[in-house]
Design a protein around this ligand. Structure first.
Ligand SMILES: Cc1cc2nc3c(=O)[nH]c(=O)nc-3n(C[C@H](O)[C@H](O)[C@H](O)COP(=O)(O)OP(=O)(O)OC[C@H]3O[C@@H](n4cnc5c(N)ncnc54)[C@H](O)[C@@H]3O)c2cc1C
Length: 310
């Protein structure tokens, strides 16, 4: 119930304006957001590197109907890729197609994504992850991903959400394409005819999809899985699967969000697993921040207390 309310609030333009214009809220957002400027995000990525953690930078933004904003977002991502490379950090970014003009047309978003992929191509180790948004966008996102692969861009990957009934079919198709897939539970408010309402079913599907993505058959086809969860049970079951099926440590990675479950980040690295932190930055932090509250309603109390202290 509270989850649904918070997810609905995450889409309110009025609340976004109030929150982002309220200095104490901006301070509190720093719990999960590296900063508003690229320079602040680069400092975070550098600190993570020193601790042995990899990173993917996310310039926050979503759902624009403005060509100017979509171009601005695209240029900032290219700037982030170049800045990471210039700082001798791995140019790895995550992006949202709705921030690149998906709501204007597929052509606008595709052209912008192509510009990012071309910019990334100049670096050997660059990678561009296309985040998955709400279910309205999935078919079109997967189609654009396929098109980019067909155009020869291999340094890109997509995301699959285990809360959706359709995800097994999507995973099987992505395995055939030898895709690089991040597996998550899913962060949006989806209706029960599309998504499992019960957590236990979402978790069971997560395990099933993880096993498909990490299977010998998938790896032979070139699949590389990023298991993105803070759920200790999902992490444990992934480790067990990897150990019992001789999945090499460099054939997959774990991912978590900046500022969440940080003790697990260090433990996984200490145990010899590849591990990447998703590092968001930018002024458009409100919807991202609200989705983090929705994932763990106990966070609401924590945030209210922090705001009261300020
Ligand atoms: C690297 C990464 C990239 C992602 N990309 C996408 C994407 O492209 N599309 C998409 O729909 N979703 C994405 N997500 C979000 C994801 O779908 C989930 O909403 C989120 O990860 C919470 O699910 P969970 O797997 O951590 O498990 P849950 O069952 O939600 O949580 C398990 C435990 O993790 C801890 N935890 C989880 N969330 C929080 C939090 N916000 N604050 C504090 N503790 C928490 C709690 O201890 C909780 O009990 C991404 C997540 C990660 C880690």
């Amino acid at each position: 119930m509270l989850r649904n309310i918070l997810l609905t609030m995450s889409q309110s333009e009025m609340l976004r304006k109030v929150a982002t214009g309220f200095p104490p809220a901006r301070m509190v957002s720093r719990r999960w957001v590296a900063g508003e400027q690229l320079s602040e995000a680069l400092s975070v990525v550098e600190s993570l590197r020193q601790e042995g953690l990899m990173a993917t930078l996310d310039f926050l933004g979503e759902n624009t109907n403005s060509r100017v904003e979509a171009d601005f977002y695209t240029e900032e991502i290219i700037r982030a890729l170049n800045a990471l490379a210039a700082a001798e950090l791995t140019p790895n970014v995550s992006l949202k197609l709705t921030a690149m003009g998906f709501d204007i047309s597929d052509e606008v978003a595709t052209a912008n994504l192509r510009r990012v992929l071309q910019a990334a191509q100049q670096y050997d180790n660059a990678f561009v992850r296309i985040d998955m948004e709400s279910s309205d966008y999935i078919d079109r996102t997967l189609a654009i991903y396929r098109q980019m692969r067909a155009e020869g861009f291999n340094h890109t990957g997509v995301v699959i959400q285990s809360y959706l009934y359709r995800s097994e079919k999507d995973v099987l198709a992505l395995i055939d394409q030898g895709a690089k897939v991040r597996l998550v539970k899913g962060a949006y408010d989806e209706p029960p005819h599309l998504a499992y309402p019960e957590k236990r079913d979402v978790d069971a599907n997560f395990v099933h999809l993880m096993e498909l993505l990490m299977s010998a058959e998938a790896r032979q086809k070139g699949v590389y899985a990023a298991i993105a969860t803070h759920d200790p049970k999902m992490v444990e079951v992934t480790k067990l699967y990897a150990n019992s099926h001789d999945v090499p440590r460099d054939a997959f990675e774990f991912q978590m969000l900046y500022g969440i479950s940080t003790s697990m980040h260090h433990q996984l690295v200490a145990d010899g697993y590849r591990f990447r932190v998703y590092v968001p930055y930018g002024t458009h932090w409100y919807p991202y921040f609200m989705r983090r509250l929705a994932e763990r309603p106990a966070n609401v109390l924590f945030i209210l207390r922090s705001l009261a202290r300020r």
